[in-house]
Design a protein around this ligand. Structure first.
Ligand SMILES: CSC[C@H]1O[C@@H](n2cnc3c(O)ncnc32)[C@H](O)[C@@H]1O
Ligand SMILES: [Zn+2]
Length: 430
């Protein structure tokens, strides 16, 4: 057994208390062996003046969309997708997705994220990037049937199932998968009826966008006479292992349905604010017992992949939505970005305790904007930033030490991403 010790810091424990302690990790098993005093390991990470937290879990992303960061801003969802994003995505090559994913993973490692869920195209490229970068991920191919004939639609859904089956358990178990219909309005009901049962047979969860905008809710109510999540339940898409992104426009019956079914909701506050989609009823969901997690969505609607930024946004907009300053508290937000997301997307991570996965981030708290130290949970929710993350560890492996990423060549990834993004935009303009 080889060990790693993270020494001299304070540790955020699973009950959200903070203890002065070292963390000893079994690097081979990728688990926490002990949290205590004077723990020496074969390798050491200095955590003095720092807070050791569970690695952050980004519950909903399109990681390769980093190539489209700043490409199309200041539009609502429907026109942003149809006028700008989908035409650009039609020109993406597998190599573009690879470099966009590497750029996103670089950003995740540098901001303390160790696990994420992702829906996109060219998933084998994303899986290869995840394997190389060393993170943990639940990946899936996004299905859109509305613009396809029947043969194309069924082929797209089949691809999603095949990818989910083939890649589950990849990268030494760090990759898991899901069947991912894009949304309840962009995938026809007949395809959901045919393929969701096949996802159950394959033993993979279902992940999709739901109730993101009012424009997405109304057509379902008009066409099917029920709210979108009642429609999703009819299609068998509200199982405990399933999780939806957004859940902005939910009525009370849908919140109750989510709580009853145990289906997770990934709140994406920055994307919801930027696209002016609305304010999700997060406090109501928490009170009802819904499994809520936190996600950035893609970098084209955020425009970064920092979960620390997302945490602050979640707390701020959560209070505004509830018209209550005590709503979506610092503690609640820190849970959302760690164990909340992990539970919603079905990964056994997000807590620091003996036997848990050794996925963690070490955050420098001796900084002007993190002084004084009345409450470090408050600092995580409201004041810490990506640049404060010193070290990132996933599955017992050091991915970033003293802000140097060890698994990806930062300069090379940035250069290749700039080149690919420029060439992509040129192709779209032709
Ligand atoms: C079919 S792969 C995923 C698909 O989703 C698009 N997307 C990015 N952000 C959002 C969002 O907020 N709502 C809905 N769809 C979104 C992405 O561009 C891909 O086309
Ligand atoms: Zn999304």
């Amino acid at each position: 057994m080889t060990t790693l010790s993270i020494t001299g810091g304070r540790v955020l424990l699973s009950d959200l208390t903070i203890a002065r302690a070292d963390v000893l990790v079994d690097r081979d098993e990728g688990t926490v062996l002990e949290i205590g005093s004077d723990l020496a390991g074969d390798e050491t990470l200095d955590a003095s003046g720092s807070l050791v937290t569970p690695g952050f879990v980004n519950g909903h992303c399109h990681v390769a969309m980093t190539l489209l960061r700043g490409y199309a801003d200041d539009k609502p969802l429907e026109s942003w997708l149809r006028e700008d994003i989908w035409p650009a995505e039609a020109e993406l090559t597998a190599e573009d997705v690879r470099v966009g994913a590497e750029l996103g993973l670089l950003e995740m490692i540098k901001s303390g994220t160790t696990a994420f869920a992702d829906m996109y195209y060219e998933v084998p490229e994303i899986a290869a990037a995840v394997e190389k970068a060393g993170l943990r991920a639940r990946l899936g191919h996004g299905v859109v049937t509305v613009v396809k004939d029947d043969e194309g639609a069924r082929a797209d859904a089949r691809t999603s199932l095949e990818i989910a089956t083939e890649y589950d358990g990849g990268a030494d178990g760090r990759i898991s998968t899901a069947f991912m219909p894009h949304s309840l309005t962009t995938v026809g009901g007949e395809y959901l009826e045919e393929f969701v049962p096949k996802a159950r047979e394959a033993g993979v969860p279902v992940h999709y966008h739901a109730n993101e905008t009012r424009d997405e809710v109304e057509p379902i109510v008009e066409e099917h006479g029920v709210r979108p999540l009642a429609y999703a339940a009819e299609k068998g898409m509200l199982e405990t292992e399933d999780f939806v992104a957004h859940g902005v426009h939910l009525d009370e019956s849908e919140i109750d349905l989510l709580a009853e079914c145990g289906t997770g909701v990934i709140h994406c506050p920055a994307s919801n604010m930027k696209l002016a989609s609305g304010m999700a009823p997060v406090q109501r969901m928490l009170e009802a017992g819904v499994d809520v997690g936190l996600g950035t969505d893609g970098a084209a609607s955020n425009n970064d992949l920092s979960m620390l930024d997302e945490a602050r946004d979640a707390a701020m907009v959560g209070k505004l939505a509830a018209e209550d300053a005590s709503a979506v508290s610092a503690e609640a937000v820190v849970e959302l970005m760690t164990s909340g997301s992990a539970e919603a997307i079905g990964l056994d991570v997000g807590r620091l305790e003996e036997g848990a996965a050794a996925d963690l981030a070490v955050i420098d708290v001796e900084r002007p904007h993190l002084t004084p130290h009345h409450d470090l949970v408050s600092h995580l929710a409201y004041a810490a930033a990506a640049a404060d993350v010193r070290h990132t560890v996933c599955d017992g492996r050091v991915l970033m030490r003293d802000r140097r990423v060890l698994t990806l060549d930062e300069t090379d990834v940035i250069d290749r991403a700039n080149e690919a993004a420029q060439a992509l935009v040129a192709r779209v303009g032709e």
